[in-house]
Design a protein around this ligand. Structure first.
Ligand code: PLP
Length: 226
């Protein structure tokens, strides 16, 4: 499957114009596709599976910034902790705590986004507004005990419903954006910009309009997945 460089150029321009980071989602796609896009200038790549990410990271150039965008199990944090650039889908304080432990162990800061459930479907992961509040509170309590200092919460991530209903999508993105605004001062972004990761191939333009500053795009760049 060839990489769609025409789409890449167009989407990259749209992201640049909106001040957003483009994460190219390469799950299930071969290393050769990643390399082709990297040669076109792309550095941020997203993967959903730990083992696949570790294998690709070993094989591909070291300057790639790897985003983990899947559902992360606590017992697998240690495999990606040494090199991961940003973990998007943190949906519990227990996971955040484990990332903090691994960050200490490897002596590096690990940047994360908290995942919020905004979609109608029940299958999508993430916290609700109350869970988010609670998670941020637990984090600040842990910090006052000297824990979790190396796990950095940069912002929020969410996935909208799988629907063509534009009003529905707008509502969901709007909801995530207001949670992001509400908690902005509680995120760790002293040295780096805060992040709102929302928008995929089918809905990224709407997400950018609703304040996204990071989109995760797979099929529009790499073709459909089987
Ligand atoms: C697969 C995936 C994407 C990319 O989806 P496309 O529709 O192929 O752009 C984005 N975000 C997450 C969390 C994903 O799992």
């Amino acid at each position: 499957m060839a990489v769609n460089l025409e789409n890449y150029t167009r989407i990259k321009l749209e992201c640049d114009a909106a001040g957003a980071t483009l994460v190219a989602v390469s799950k299930i796609k071969p290393a050769s596709d990643i390399l082709a896009l990297k040669n076109a200038g792309q550095l941020d790549f997203g993967e959903n599976y730990v083992q696949e990410l570790v294998e690709k990271a070993n094989e591909l150039p070291k300057d790639i910034r790897w985003h983990f965008i899947g559902h992360l199990q606590r017992n697998k944090v240690k495999y990606i902790a040494p090199f991961v650039h940003l973990v998007h889908g943190v949906d519990s304080f227990r996971l955040l705590e484990e990332i903090g432990r691994q960050a200490d162990k490897f002596g590096r800061d690990i940047h994360c986004l908290l995942q919020v459930h905004i979609a109608m479907e029940e299958t999508k992961f993430g916290m609700n507004a109350a869970g988010l509040d609670d998670c941020l509170l637990q984090l600040s309590n842990a910090r006052s005990e000297g824990k979790c200092s190396r796990v950095k919460v940069r912002g929020l991530m969410g996935m909208a419903s799988f629907t063509d209903d534009l009003q529905q999508l707008e509502r969901e993105f709007g909801q995530l954006h207001s949670l992001y605004q509400k908690h902005l001062s509680r995120f760790d972004h002293q040295e780096t910009e805060p992040v709102l990761s929302m928008g995929m191939s089918s809905d990224y333009q709407l997400a950018l309009k609703k304040g996204s500053n990071m989109v995760r795009i797979g099929s529009a760049l790499f073709g459909a997945r089987n």
